[in-house]
Design a protein around this ligand. Structure first.
Ligand code: TXA
Ligand code: MG
Length: 331
């Protein structure tokens, strides 16, 4: 398949919307990561999403809408808790798990009776969904198991030739995926840390259960967070989380050839000479925004090791540390 490369002009967004209506796949920017969009009400389009990504069919998709009212096209009801969260955090990087309407194809939710919904803040994303005039299922626009795509080039690297079109937006602003909250469970719980911090949500939802980072399959099955069963956020290079730079070079993890070693963090490492590429970020927000691109650049350079400075586990730092632990296989 020849993938069309589209701009964010009104004419090109109209083409992108028409492709979605024809049951085709279109990648587009959001404020978190690029999404791989498909008409959420069209089961044939949804099948294509799983095929293009190589995604396991038991990992459900997030449905994106352009207005709060449109939530009721996919969700059976919106309880008071969900309403309050929508009022406070939408549009934005918060995904709400809600009771599913029967009209939504079972493949969207991998057979679950709930559906995950998000109203993105990104102007282009919202305009595209508005033009398509349908709810848009959109997982992150990467091949399954690869780091999420934060630039259109990264989308092309993974999906060129496999999808109908890529909308060329700017690099994404947040760079990590949305926070997922299950509003159907009592008490409500965080299923994935992301762009909205636990503390911000807890202000509204005092009994909110924090996300429990674990790779223990049984406990994840109990927590009903299907996507977390699967391997995620993994570059080909080995990821090593460095807790204290002054502890000295984690030499066991480095190969002798400096061109094989990447580093990303906020502080400059004392052992720069041992490294090929060093990404110094001004703060945790920039670190989060750059992480997946750093992973991809390391892979393109055939790096063997990516050293990642650890950060404190709060705010966006919680989501960043979650992605780092997954990439490094730390429970
Ligand atoms: O920021 C984001 O959320 C991005 C952009 C494109 O919006 N999308 C994204 O989608 O990260 P994806 O497919 O990579 O991750 C969706 C996550 C998975 O962990 C999945 O298991 C979870 O949401 N999920 C989807 N539906 C669910 C449901 N009904 N119940 C529980 N978890 C659900
Ligand atoms: Mg993903």
């Amino acid at each position: 398949m020849k993938t069309r490369h589209l701009s964010v002009s009104p004419a090109d967004l109209a083409i992108a919307a028409a492709l979605l209506n024809q049951g085709e796949l279109v990648a587009f920017p959001t404020e978190t990561v690029y999404g791989l969009g498909a008409n959420a009400m069209n089961p044939y389009a949804i099948d294509k999403v799983y095929t293009a990504k190589g995604r396991p069919s038991d990992n459900p998709l997030i449905v994106h809408v352009a207005s709060c009212d449109a939530v009721l096209t996919v969700a059976r009801e919106v309880n008071l808790l969900a309403k309050n969260l929508m009022n406070r955090f939408w549009p934005g990087p918060l995904t709400l798990v809600l009771p599913k309407r029967d009209e939504v194809p079972a493949s969207v939710t991998a057979g679950l009776s709930t559906v995950a919904v998000r109203l993105p803040e990104h102007v282009i994303a919202r305009e595209l969904i508005r033009l398509a005039n349908c709810p848009v299922a959109a997982p992150s626009a990467n091949r399954s198991g690869r780091p999420s795509a934060t630039t259109w080039e990264a989308v092309a690297e993974d999906l060129d030739g496999r999808i109908a079109a890529i909308v060329h937006g700017e690099p994404t602003h947040i760079g990590l995926e949305s926070t997922v909250v299950d509003t159907t469970s009592t008490p409500p719980r965080v299923l994935r840390p992301g762009g909205i911090s636990f503390d911000a949500i807890q202000e509204l939802v005092p009994n909110l259960v924090p996300y429990r980072s674990t790779t223990d399959l049984e406990s994840q099955a109990q927590h009903n967070s299907p996507g977390l069963r699967h391997q995620h956020y993994r570059p080909r290079a080995k990821v090593v989380v460095v807790d204290n730079l002054s502890d000295g070079l984690p030499s066991a993890s480095l190969t002798m050839t400096p061109q094989k070693n990447f580093y990303i963090g906020i502080h400059s490492p004392p052992w720069k000479d041992e490294l090929h590429s060093v990404f110094i970020c001004r703060n945790v927000d920039e670190y989060a925004a750059k992480l997946f691109d750093c992973f991809r650049q390391a892979d393109l350079a055939h790096a063997t090791t990516i050293l990642c400075e650890s950060v404190s586990d709060d705010g966006i730092g919680a989501a960043l540390m979650d992605r780092l632990r997954r990439a490094a296989h730390i429970d």
